[in-house]
Design a protein around this ligand. Structure first.
Ligand code: NAD
Length: 336
């Protein structure tokens, strides 16, 4: 069976990690027909479209994307491609599994960390509704709806049940934002009541951040609105070795786009130093989504094998191998 997949290499280190990942996926023997859709700051500026038609048309056709990072200008310029894509395709759930890799030295490598973060992906302060009331006074609207909150909560609880996980922790600041976070929390409680076998807990976001650092092993599934989800998932990535090793999936009813958590890393772009682990692990999630579980397991085992061996690790995780060395070692592991 052949699967069409849109490959968006992105910019910065994006093309390096995307090519490495496509090579590794191909080595599993799963027949992916890659539809390469270029997207970078240059194309966006020239076309005047954050999401040019060739990218959207391809994703409409394939319904599955593997995406490298795209640089977003800070405090001005065009809006975030990533946010636009999530909204346009209604990719309502951002899912980030956070697990340690074998042998990877981190500050927390003696702790068993294995959590999955479910972040609402379409609203909250990411609605982009900002307004200058008068000069030097700006408001930013936080939008929380019952529809989106129930949808992400159902998604997280269903996943928890299907994977045999035990506990969901909803994260909020409803003591201060009583209406918006209050609504999010009420929706989480409503859904939790339908899953009595799953332990349900609530934590205020500041306390959750501290608990994640002092006892990360107690977390299982986390359920958060958009902004807290963004911040907390980078915090969680830091527990297991940083942005270079954590995958992500943006899931909707009809489309799924898999991407690493990290950005375009302009400081190391083009130097052959980028770590493709995060995008490779995102591709493992993609293979599971395509119901190619044995190939996904083989690719994951090969990545873990390279970490265990420690010989071909990139500089960000303490090695001195290049992107290509690491990729070749993973491919050798996949081929067994
Ligand atoms: P970044 O993730 O690009 O880089 C942060 C640090 O981590 C840098 O020192 C970088 O070298 C390192 N790093 C990141 N990924 C790495 C990898 N795979 N291998 C080795 N080292 C890695 O974050 P930033 O500098 O804040 O953002 C740069 C640009 O990326 C910004 O324009 C931002 O908007 C964009 N961005 C895009 C996405 C996305 O497309 N999904 C996500 C985050 C940031």
């Amino acid at each position: 069976m052949a699967y069409p997949v849109t490959l968006i290499p992105g910019d910065g280190i994006g093309p390096e990690v995307a090519d490495a990942t496509a090579r590794a996926v191909d080595a599993t023997g799963v027949h992916i027909v890659w539809d390469r859709a270029e997207l970078n700051a240059d194309i966006i500026m020239k076309s005047g479209e954050v999401l040019p038609a060739h990218v959207l048309n391809s994703l409409e056709r394939t319904r599955v994307g593997l995406k490298g990072p795209v640089t977003t200008p800070i405090a001005g310029g065009f809006p975030s491609v990533n946010v636009a894509l999530r909204k346009k395709l209604d990719l309502f759930a951002n899912v980030r599994p956070v697990r340690g890799l074998p042998g990877l030295k981190t500050r927390f490598d003696d702790v068993h960390i294995d959590m999955v973060i479910f972040r609402e992906n379409t609203e909250d302060l990411y609605s982009g509704l900002e307004h200058e009331v008068v000069k030097d006074v700006v408001t930013s609207l936080k939008v929380i709806t019952r529809h989106a909150s129930l949808r992400i909560a159902h998604y997280a609880f269903r996943f928890t049940r299907e994977t045999g996980r035990k506990k969901v922790t909803a994260v909020h600041k409803a003591n201060i934002m009583k209406l918006s976070d209050g609504l999010f929390l009420r929706c989480c409680r409503e859904v939790a009541a339908q899953y009595p076998e799953i332990e349900y807990k609530e934590l205020i976001v500041d306390n959750a951040s501290m608990q994640l650092v002092i006892r990360p092993e107690t977390f299982d599934v986390l359920l958060l609105p958009n902004l807290y989800g963004d911040i907390v998932s980078d915090l969680a990535a830091g527990l297991v070795g940083g942005l270079g090793v954590v995958p992500g999936a943006n899931m909707g009813e009809n489309h799924a786009v898999f991407e690493a958590v990290h950005g375009s890393a302009p400081d190391i772009a083009g130097k052959g130093l980028a770590n493709p682990t995060a995008l490779m692990l995102s591709a493992v999630l993609m293979l599971i989504h395509l119901r190619e579980r044995p190939a996904a397991d083989r690719m994951l085992a090969a990545i873990e094998g390279v970490y265990r061996e420690k010989k071909y690790l990139t500089p960000d995780v303490g090695g001195n191998a290049s992107t290509t060395d690491f990729t070749n070692a993973v491919i050798a592991g996949i081929r067994g």
